[in-house]
Ligand binder design. Structure first.
Ligand code: NAD
Length: 479
C-alpha cells in the first residue's frame, strides 16, 4: 500500500500504523521461516528492479553511473540481506544469562522479541540502500515497517514503492511519500521504534517529535569526518583511497572524509598526488561517466558558495584532475576541488560539506591533530593513514567517532558484522551487525523459578537462612 499523504491526510498514516500493529498482535512474532521468507522476497524484488533502480537514481541525480549505484547501493543491500538471513537463527535464539547464588536452581534468559512496527525515514544521498537496509533489519527482527523515503529523489522513491507493493501486504510493509511536512507527521506517529537517517538538524526535530510518544530512536546523522595522514604517508595508495571516499557519489556521502589533516611537511605532495589520483580515477574530469552529478541546484549553489567563501577569506583553491575549461556537459557537475588553508571561520570548515570539495589543513604533532578533532563535535567516521606506531594508537585511544577506518576510507560501512552509527551530533544507536537486530528487538529478561525454591526461603518470616545470606553478601549486620 502507498499513501501519497498530504498534511491533511495524516490520519491515513495513523490508520496504516494501526493496521500493521493489529496484524502484528494478531499473528504474534513471525517464525524463523516467515522471516527468511520475507527476506527472500525482498532480495528477489531488489534484483528484479536492478535496472529500474539504476535508471531512477541517475535521473534523480542528473547523472550517476550504474556501476556506482550497483557498488554503493545494491551490493550493500544484497550483502546485508544475506548476512541477516545467514545469522538469523543465532540472532533469534534466546540467550542464557548468569543466575546469582541465592537464586540458583532458577534459570535466566533474554528473549529478543520484535518491537512491533518500525518507522524508517531515509535521506536522498543513497536513497535506495538507506531505505532498504533498515527495512531488511526490521524484517529480520520480526517487525512490520512503514517507510518514508526522501522527496528529493522522487523517481527512486516511486520505484521503492512499486517494488515493495508487489511483494508485501500493506500490513507487512507500507511506503509513505512526501516532503518535510509528511516527515514531521510521520516522526510523530507512535511507532515501536523509529530509525531516522538524515541531517543532524532534522534529527533533532525527529527526536523531539518521537519523545511525545516515548518512541525509541536510532539516529543516523552526519557531520565532519576527518582524514588524518601520518607524516611520510602521502603516497598513491593513500591518495587513491581518499579520492575514492571523497568523490564516490561526488562526495554526497555521510561517511566521506570531510576534511584532511596533513603533516605540514607533506602538504605540497598531498596537493600534487591528490591531483594525480583524481586524474587516474576520472580521466575525463567531471565529464567522466563514473562521476556523479550534484543532486539539485540548491546543493550545487551551496557548494559553489563554500568555495567562494573560502577563496574570499584567503584560502588556496585548486581544481584537481582535469582543468575546468573542458568540464561539464552534464547538469550540476562540480570539479573535484582542494581548498588549502581555510581557517575555522570559513563556512567550509564549519558545516558538513557533502560534495566533492576537500579542505586541507596542516598539523605538526599528533597531539595537535587530536586536539583539532576533540575541539569539534564527535564525527561519524575518522580515517587514519599511516603505520602501526604510537601516534595511531594514541589517536584512536583519545578520539571518539562513530566508526574508524585505518588505511582506507568508507569500507567500515561495508562490514556487515560491524555496528554502524554515530555518537553525539553524528548519531545515536547503531544498525548493521547484531546491533541492528537488537536495536529493533526488545530484550526481554525472563527468570524462571526452579523446582528447588531457594528464593522462596529469603522471604518473611526472616530466619537463620536470611541472616546467613545477608552475612555472605553484605558482611556482619553491624549491630
Ligand atoms: P534531511 O535531514 O534533510 O532529510 C532526511 C529525511 O527527513 C527525508 O526523508 C526528509 O523528507 C525528512 N524531513 C525533512 N524535514 C523534516 C522535518 N522537519 N521533520 C521530519 N522529517 C523531515 O537529510 P538529507 O538532506 O536527505 O540527507 C543528508 C544528511 O543525511 C547529511 O547530513 C548526511 O550526513 C546524513 N546522512 C547520514 C547517514 C548515516 O548513515 N549516518 C547516511 C546518509 C546521510
Amino acid at each position: 500500500m502507498t499513501l501519497h499523504v498530504q498534511p491533511d491526510q495524516n490520519a491515513d498514516m495513523a490508520e496504516v500504523l494501526d493496521r500493521q500493529r493489529s496484524a502484528f498482535l494478531k499473528d504474534g512474532p513471525p517464525s524463523f521461516r516467515d522471516r527468511k521468507d520475507r527476506l527472500a522476497r525482498l532480495r528477489a524484488a531488489v534484483l528484479a528492479h536492478r535496472a529500474a533502480i539504476q535508471e531512477a537514481i541517475s535521473a534523480d541525480f542528473g547523472h550517476r553511473s550504474r556501476h556506482e549505484t550497483d557498488l554503493m547501493e545494491l551490493f550493500g543491500v544484497i550483502q546485508s540481506i544475506d548476512y541477516l538471513a545467514r545469522n538469523l537463527r543465532r540472532f533469534m535464539k534466546p540467550e542464557r544469562r548468569h543466575v546469582g547464588l541465592f537464586y540458583r536452581a532458577g534459570r535466566a534468559y533474554v528473549d529478543y522479541q520484535p518491537k512491533g512496527v518500525v518507522g524508517v525515514m531515509a535521506p536522498w544521498n543513497y536513497p535506495f540502500s538507506l531505505t532498504i537496509i533498515p527495512l531488511a533489519t526490521a524484517i529480520a527482527a520480526g517487525n512490520r515497517a512503514m517507510l518514508k523515503p526522501s522527496e528529493l529523489t522522487p523517481r527512486t522513491s516511486e520505484v521503492i514503492r512499486r517494488m515493495l507493493e508487489a511483494v508485501f501486504a500493506p500490513e507487512e510493509v507500507a511506503v509513505v511519500l512526501g516532503g518535510p511536512e509528511v516527515g514531521a507527521a510521520f516522526s510523530g506517529l507512535p511507532f515501536d521504534h523509529l530509525l531516522f537517517t538524515g541531517s543532524t538538524a532534522v534529527g533533532r526535530k525527529v527526536m523531539k517529535a518521537a519523545s511525545d510518544n516515548l518512541v525509541p530512536v536510532t539516529l543516523e546523522l552526519g557531520g565532519k569526518s576527518p582524514v588524518i595522514v601520518e607524516r611520510g604517508h602521502v603516497d598513491d595508495r593513500t591518495m587513491g583511497s581518499i579520492v575514492f571516499g571523497k568523490l564516490s557519489n561526488a562526495g554526497q556521502t555521510c561517511v566521506a572524509p570531510d576534511y584532511a589533516l596533513v603533516h605540514e611537511d607533506d602538504l605540497e605532495a598531498f596537493v600534487k598526488l591528490y591531483d594525480a589520483a583524481v586524474a587516474r580515477a576520472y580521466p575525463d574530469g567531471p565529464d567522466s561517466p563514473d562521476y556523479t552529478s550534484i543532486v539539485n541546484d540548491r546543493h550545487y549553489d551551496r557548494l559553489k558558495g563554500l568555495i567562494e567563501d573560502a577563496r574570499a577569506r584567503g584560502a588556496r583553491v585548486v581544481e584537481a584532475g582535469i582543468r575546468p575549461e573542458t568540464a561539464a556537459a552534464r547538469p550540476r557537475t562540480l570539479a573535484p576541488t582542494l581548498v588549502v588553508g581555510a581557517g575555522d571561520e570559513a563556512a567550509i570548515m564549519q558545516e558538513e560539506i557533502f560534495g566533492p570539495l576537500l579542505p586541507v589543513r596542516t598539523y605538526r604533532t599528533i597531539d595537535e591533530a587530536i586536539g583539532h578533532v576533540n575541539a569539534r563535535p564527535r564525527p561519524l567516521a575518522l580515517y587514519y593513514f599511516g603505520g602501526e606506531g604510537a601516534d595511531r594508537a594514541k589517536l584512536l585511544r583519545l578520539t571518539t567517532s562513530g566508526n574508524a577506518g585505518i588505511n582506507n576510507t568508507m569500507i567500515h560501512v561495508a562490514q556487515d558484522d560491524l555496528p554502524f552509527g554515530g555518537i553525539g551530533p553524528s548519531g545515536m544507536g547503531a544498525y548493521h551487525g547484531i546491533e541492528g537486530f537488537r536495536a529493533m528487538s526488545h530484550a526481554k529478561g525472563v527468570f524462571v523459578q526452579g523446582r528447588w525454591n531457594l528464593p522462596g526461603l529469603l522471604r518473611a518470616p526472616f530466619g537463620r537462612l536470611v541472616d546467613f545470606a545477608l552475612r555472605v553478601t553484605l558482611g556482619p549486620s553491624g549491630r
